[in-house]
Every structure is written in structure tokens, then in C-alpha cells.
Design a protein around this ligand. Structure first.
Ligand code: COA
Length: 439
């Protein structure tokens, strides 16, 4: 019965592109299930359409329309969480992409309140009951985003079949297209020596039987490598990355002591190398739940000993964390940083950890010379966005140690943060803190 319906809904990639009209709002599924084959074809209709708004997230490819401002009149791109490609499309005066300030759990909920003309999503092949699944990515926007006028499913045999809120029935889909184009993945992350040191401090704070969330970036990956001798860790995370696969295969993750969904790994999405896809495929131990549920701090907090680990880019001496931009230059997005940090602090025995490399190498303005700067600073760069407020920050970890800021005064915070700053900058930071009466 479903086979007939399937056949009747079949279209080609060119048909999908030809349905796009001027002023449409089109939601493109995020990174790991992004319809690259459609986005690559968009320059072909640039002369025909104007003002098409594309909602993208964590794109894993540098498309022509992200590169060349000549397409700006036809397409604008908005994203709640930038990848390096979306970052390049927004920064350096290109202005092709624009950031949407949003917590992860609100992406789908906000989309559901808007008029969406089309949702284009990659799915795994249909089963005998008429269900596709949205692999590792569909739950980023959640089932809420399916309220689009037209839902286009691109069936790709390599999209893993996943459990949770990922099933999408053929009756919810208007058009189907088959395409087995090679999908984009993240490159394998190699941890640096500094990241390994930070990872060691973080791992030391995670006891056996804890439930963990590990955010995006090199440091959190390094932390996972230091957890190989732990017992019975559980997972309630926003993203399953390669690190979780390694921990599970080493027998570290059992979920036995979890207080919410014991024995199951809960996530909002999965993204990493192909290894992650293999891991989540047909894996009944992993539930991909809509972010509006799984990343709600109240849900997260139902896990006892919930440990949240995320990274930040710049911290001021009172503890304000800029994790998504450097000054006015957008790097990523808020994602689930605030939700997981707050959820972990609400959990019995939980901890929220933000990691920061003590320094960054930046190009000196007006020259090509690279200089080392401290990421612990007296005040955030001009135009910065505070991702995690100082009132919500708990542990900050650099390669020089751990600062627990909870309950500390500004003076105590400054002292604790200067202690974990790079030694080269400690005097300068002390002097600056004195200048504005913190010390
Ligand atoms: N000054 C100038 N540039 C800086 C800087 C500073 N203080 N700190 C970092 N940068 C630059 C880096 O050089 C790098 O640039 P490049 O990509 O051109 O090399 C870029 O910013 C990213 O920094 P890096 O330290 O390599 O980031 P990361 O891979 O460790 O990821 C975050 C860290 C903060 C970007 C990432 O964790 C994030 O997006 N956090 C916010 C959202 C979040 O935590 N969500 C929850 C988990 S998904």
C-alpha cells in the first residue's frame, strides 16, 4: 500500500528546485542530513528568484551561494549555529549569512510559529510500515519543523535508521526523491597537548556512575579520552560525537546508574565521522529525542550526577563567557550551552564545566604577524555576545587548573580566574583588575 503512495510522490532533484519561488522560506535539514544536492543546484535558479530565505544549521560544505555575494539578492541564509562555512558566509564583510540567536531547544518551536514554505530533509529508506527516519540530524529542529507547507524527503541509503523522535511517515511527506550522494561528515579530531591537559582536569571531576554531556570542539573530545577507566557512565547529551562511540566500545558507558532512561543514551542529534553513523544505525540503545524535550534543563536535571562539559572562547574576570563569537565575529551559536549548563547545576550531584584554552593565536590587526592573546580577559572584546552569564557559570577549566566560581564575589572570581590564566598574562590581568576596582 505504501509502495503505491511512494511511487506517486516521486520527483527529481530538478523538480524540487523548480518548486522554489521568490520570497519563499525554506528550511534545510542540519549538517549531517543537509540536502547538499539541492543547495548545489541553487545558483541555477538565481536569475529566476528573489529574496528566498534559507534556514541552515551547521552546514558541512562551502556552497557557491555561501561564497559569492552576487547571489545575495536571490538567497539569504540564516543560521542558529554556524559551521566554519556559514561563519565564512557571514564574516569578513560578506554578510550572506545571518545569525539567529536561539537556544537549541527553541529552534523547532520557533520554526513552528513561522510560515515555512518548504522543509527539505534527508531520510533513511522507508520501512514496511511507511516510515522513514531522519538519521542523526532530524531532531535538531524536532518534529515541530514538519509543519511546513511542503515537506520534501530525499531518500539516501546511507542515512542511518535511528530510534526516538526520528520516524517520519510517508503521509507527512509531500514529495520523495531518491539520491545516494556521498554525505558530508566532520573530520577526525586530534587532540593537542593543551587539550589533553584540560581533558585530564575535566575527567578528574567525573565520578563513576555520572551521566555526561560533551559539547562540540577539540577539548571535550580530549576529555572523553581521559575517561577510559571510568565505570557505568550514562549519556544525556545534545550531540553524540566520535568520543561517545569510543567510550561505549571501551565498556565505559552502560547507563546502569542513570535516573532518567536507565541504560539508554539520550541525544538531540549525532554528528562526527562516519563512525558515528555506523554507531547510531539501528541502535536501540540510543534515542534521538526532539531538542525541545531532551535539552530542556528540567529534563536534563532529572539525571542525577549530570555533568555538562562545553567550551568557551573568552572569559572575563567576573566569569562572563563569550562562547559563540569573538567580538562581532560570529564563530558558532548558543546551541545547547546554556541549557546543559543550567540543567547540570539543577541536577542532584551535577556539575557544569566550561573549558577554555588559556591562549589563542590571532593575527595582529593591520599586519600578518601572529600574536598570542589571553582568552581570560579583564573585559570581553567590543561587540561580544555573552553566551553563559556569570550568574550561571560554575566550573571553568583551563590547562592551568580549575576555578569554581559559584558563590564567589567578583574579587574572588578574578583571583580564581587569574590563577588558571597563562602565566605570561597573570600580572597584566592583576593590574587591569585593580584598575577597575575588582581587586
Ligand atoms: N580571540 C580570537 N580568536 C579566537 C579566540 C580569541 N580569544 N578564541 C578562539 N578563537 C578562534 C580560534 O582561533 C578558531 O579560529 P579558526 O577556526 O579560524 O582556527 C575559532 O575561534 C574557534 O576556536 P577554537 O578554540 O578552535 O574552538 P573549538 O573547536 O574548541 O570550539 C567553541 C569551541 C566555543 C566554538 C564551541 O565549543 C562552541 O560553539 N560553543 C558554543 C555552543 C556550545 O557550547 N554548545 C553546546 C555544545 S554543541
Amino acid at each position: 500500500m505504501h509502495k503505491e503512495e511512494y511511487k506517486s510522490k516521486m520527483v527529481s532533484l530538478d523538480d524540487i528546485v523548480s518548486m522554489i519561488k521568490s520570497n519563499d522560506k525554506i528550511v534545510l535539514a542540519p549538517g549531517i542530513i543537509e540536502p547538499a544536492e539541492v543547495i548545489e543546484r541553487l545558483p541555477g535558479i538565481a536569475d529566476r528568484v528573489e529574496n528566498v530565505s534559507l534556514y541552515a544549521c551547521q552546514s558541512l560544505q562551502m556552497y557557491e551561494i555561501y561564497k559569492d555575494p552576487k547571489y545575495k539578492k536571490s538567497f539569504s541564509v540564516e543560521s542558529p549555529f554556524h559551521s566554519p562555512y556559514l561563519r565564512a558566509a557571514q564574516n569578513k564583510g560578506r554578510g550572506i549569512c545571518n545569525a539567529i540567536p536561539s537556544h537549541l531547544r527553541h529552534y523547532g518551536v520557533s520554526l513552528a510559529k513561522q510560515k515555512i514554505n518548504m522543509l527539505i530533509i534527508l531520510v533513511s529508506p522507508m520501512d514496511e510500515h511507511g516510515y522513514f527516519t531522519t538519521g542523526g540530524g532530524g531532531t535538531v529542529y524536532g518534529v515541530e519543523s514538519r509543519k511546513a507547507d511542503v515537506v520534501v524527503a530525499i531518500v539516501n541509503e546511507t542515512v542511518p535508521r535511528t530510534y526516538g523522535d526520528t520516524a517520519i511517515h510517508i503521509s507527512e511527506v509531500n514529495y520523495i526523491c531518491e539520491n545516494n550522494r556521498k554525505r558530508n561528515f566532520l573530520p577526525k579530531i586530534q587532540s593537542t597537548e593543551v587539550e589533553k591537559k584540560i581533558g585530564k582536569y575535566v575527567a578528574d571531576m567525573i565520578e563513576d556512575g555520572s551521566t555526561i554531556q560533551l559539547g562540540i570542539g577539540g577539548i571535550t573530545n580530549a576529555a572523553a579520552l581521559e575517561l577510559m577507566d571510568r565505570k557505568d557512565l550514562g549519556v544525556h547529551t545534545e550531540m553524540i560525537s566520535d568520543a561517545f562511540v569510543d567510550l561505549f566500545n571501551a565498556g565505559v558507558i552502560t547507563g546502569k546508574e542513570k535516573t532518567l532512561f536507565p541504560g539508554k543514551m539520550i541525544t538531540c542529534f549525532s554528528m562526527g565521522t562516519e563512525k558515528v553513523d555506523e554507531f547510531i544505525n539501528n541502535n536501540p540503545g540510543i534515542f534521538h529525542f526532539r531538542a525541545s524535550y531532551a535539552n530542556d534543563p528540567f529534563t536534563i536535571a532529572q539525571n542525577n550526577k549530570m555533568i555538562s562539559v562545553n567550551a568557551t572562547l573568552q572569559v572575563d574576570l567576573t566569569g562572563q563567557c563569550a562562547s559563540e563569537a569573538i567580538g562581532t565575529e560570529v564563530i558558532s551559536g548558543t546551541g545547547g550551552q546554556v541549557e546543559t549548563a543550567i540543567g547540570a547545576q539543577m541536577s542532584e550531584g551535577g556539575k557544569s564545566i566550561l573549558t577554555v584554552r588559556s591562549t589563542a593565536m590571532i593575527t595582529k590587526p593591520g599586519s600578518k604577524e601572529k600574536v598570542m592573546v589571553s582568552k581570560i580577559v579583564p573585559y570581553l572584546d567590543r561587540g561580544s555576545i555573552v553566551t553563559l552569564q556569570r550568574t550561571d557559570v560554575e566550573y571553568i577549566v583551563s590547562e592551568y587548573g580549575v576555578a569554581n566560581l559559584k558563590g564567589l564575589s567578583e574579587r574572588e572570581r578574578a583571583k580564581a580566574l587569574i590563577k588558571i590564566a597563562h602565566p605570561k598574562f597573570r600580572d597584566e590581568l592583576t593590574e587591569e583588575a585593580r584598575k577597575y576596582n575588582i581587586l
